[in-house]
Each structure stands twice: as structure tokens, then as C-alpha cells.
Design a protein around this ligand. Structure first.
Ligand code: ADP
Ligand code: MG
Ligand code: MG
Length: 249
């Protein structure tokens, strides 16, 4: 199962309401795109689903596979199967990329160690699949990685952790066309009935390579329109302002 329900969610940051009555259902196996201009609350929604404590849920609920995760801590959500690729992935100098992924997998499995050989085999396979140089494994987590390399590395984590629900916040930002295709290849490889995904993006471009089942447009902390892939194409053509006028009538 991989079903996410966002039910009448209202979220405040530093006592300022950012999200208003957000409703969203992602069914098993579906990929949804969340689009919208800067500063409308897309990252706020992403961080809130992952349980970042800075974002206060003032009303509404989040359900994962029927279970209410609204009050769960981030690590519990990760164990429940939620994964977030952050808009700005963190850099950590003291820990290698491979060690970071390995400990994240152990934590997901209630601190039952994933055997080293099994881990390395999967890591090498996935790195090859993502056209990543072997030396990325032993470098500091995202340390001195370019923007595009960080994004590719988020997809490596995704493929290793195999979450049931992934939120990818601007996974396409800063990617050249070759890197975009590789990132898309990774996401498409994850596609199955036991995986669902919310892809946050400004641009239609990613959606040519990962075709979403549903497209949502967020403005001013609300989802103002939902449609199919054609909605993203319409946005590309007419921009968000055209849509806003359209919605207001
Ligand atoms: P988007 O991802 O759509 O660009 P964000 O969710 O990052 O938008 O931001 C939505 C609004 O919430 C903005 O006005 C932003 O300034 C505010 N905001 C987001 N995160 C924080 C935070 N940690 N502290 C203060 N304000 C925040
Ligand atoms: Mg933004
Ligand atoms: Mg954002």
C-alpha cells in the first residue's frame, strides 16, 4: 500500500498561517505533480508531510495507508515509509554518502543492520543505474557536490530506501537535460503499486519524462486547481496568472 491522504490541512510557520485547507489524495501507485509559483507553500507542504517540527499543523490530518501520522515524529514517519528529497539537500562533511544511506536504511528497519555485502551490492547497482561515479560513495554527504549531483544523490537514496511514499521537492532544479533524464529514469524505476509520489516542480519539463497521473496547482497556500498532465502544459503556455484569472472567473 502507498496511499496518502491530506485532509483539510492548515499549517502555520512562526505563527503565520501558510497552508489553508489543503486536501489531496494520492492512491497506491500514483505520481502527483504539485506546481505553483515561488512562496506559495509547496515546500511547506513537503516539510509538513515529513514532520518537520517548525511547521505547526493547526488543523486537519495526514493519513498514510489509513494510519494517522499527523502527530508522528519525523523518524517514525520514515519508518512508516515516508521519504523527503529536500529542495536544498544538506551537506555533511564528517559522514560518507555510503554510511549515511546505510544508517538511514538501518534506522528504517528499526536499527536492524542491513548486511554490508547486500548493501554494497545494491549501492553499486543503483549507482551504475544512475550513471554515478563510484567515488561518490566515499565522499562526504553531498560535500562539494554540484546542485545536479545533489539531486541525483537524492534519487540514489530513494532507490536504496525504497519508501512507500516519496516527496520530491524540486528534484529537477539545476539539472541539465542529461541529468534530468537520469533523475527521471530513477523515479520511473520506482513506479509500482506499492509506491506513490508527490513531485514538486515549477516546470513542465520534468513531466515530459515522468508523466504524472494527477497535476495540482497551489497558489497562496491552497490547491486551486487539479487536473491531468494537460494542466501542466496549459500552465507552461499561459503562466500562473492566466490560471488565477481563469479560476476566479
Ligand atoms: P514554495 O516552496 O512554494 O516556494 P514555501 O513553502 O517555501 O514556498 O514558502 C511559503 C511561505 O512560507 C513563504 O512566504 C515563506 O516565506 C514562508 N516560510 C516557509 N518556511 C518558513 C520558515 N521556516 N520560516 C518562516 N517562514 C517560512
Ligand atoms: Mg520555491
Ligand atoms: Mg519550495
Amino acid at each position: 500500500m502507498a496511499e496518502l491522504i491530506i485532509d483539510h490541512l492548515e499549517v502555520a510557520v512562526a505563527d503565520k498561517v501558510i497552508l489553508n485547507d489543503v486536501n489531496l489524495t494520492i492512491n497506491d501507485g500514483e505520481i502527483h505533480a504539485l506546481m505553483g509559483p515561488n512562496g506559495t507553500g509547496k515546500s511547506t507542504l513537503s516539510e509538513t508531510i515529513m514532520g518537520n517540527p517548525r511547521y505547526q499543523i493547526t488543523s486537519g490530518r495526514i493519513l498514510l495507508n489509513g494510519e494517522d501520522i499527523t502527530e508522528m515524529a519525523t523518524d517514525e514517519r520514515a519508518r512508516a515509509g515516508v521519504f523527503l528529497a529536500m529542495q536544498y539537500p544538506v551537506e555533511v562533511a564528517g559522514i560518507t554518502n555510503a554510511d549515511f544511506i546505510h544508517s538511514a536504511m538501518d534506522a528504517r528497519d528499526h536499527h536492524e543492520a542491513v548486511p554490508v555485502l547486500k548493501f554494497l551490492k545494491a549501492l553499486n547497482q543503483n549507482m551504475a543505474f544512475l550513471d554515478m561515479d563510484e567515488d561518490y560513495a566515499d565522499r562526504g554527504l553531498n560535500e562539494d557536490f554540484s546542485g545536479g549531483e545533489k539531486k541525483r544523490n537524492e534519487i540514489l537514496q530513494l532507490m536504496m530506501l525504497q519508501p512507500s511514499m516519496a516527496i520530491l521537492d524540486e528534484i529537477d532544479s539545476g539539472l541539465d537535460i542529461d541529468a534530468l533524464k537520469i533523475v527521471a529514469r530513477g523515479i520511473n524505476e520506482m513506479r509500482s503499486q506499492s509506491f506513490s509520489c508527490l513531485m514538486v516542480t515549477h516546470y513542465q519539463r520534468l513531466l515530459n519524462y515522468v508523466v504524472p497521473d494527477v497535476v495540482h496547482v497551489m497558489m497562496g497556500g491552497r490547491i486551486i486547481k487539479t487536473g491531468g498532465p494537460e494542466l501542466a502544459k496549459e500552465l507552461e503556455k499561459n503562466g500562473y496568472e492566466g490560471l488565477e484569472q481563469d479560476v476566479k472567473g
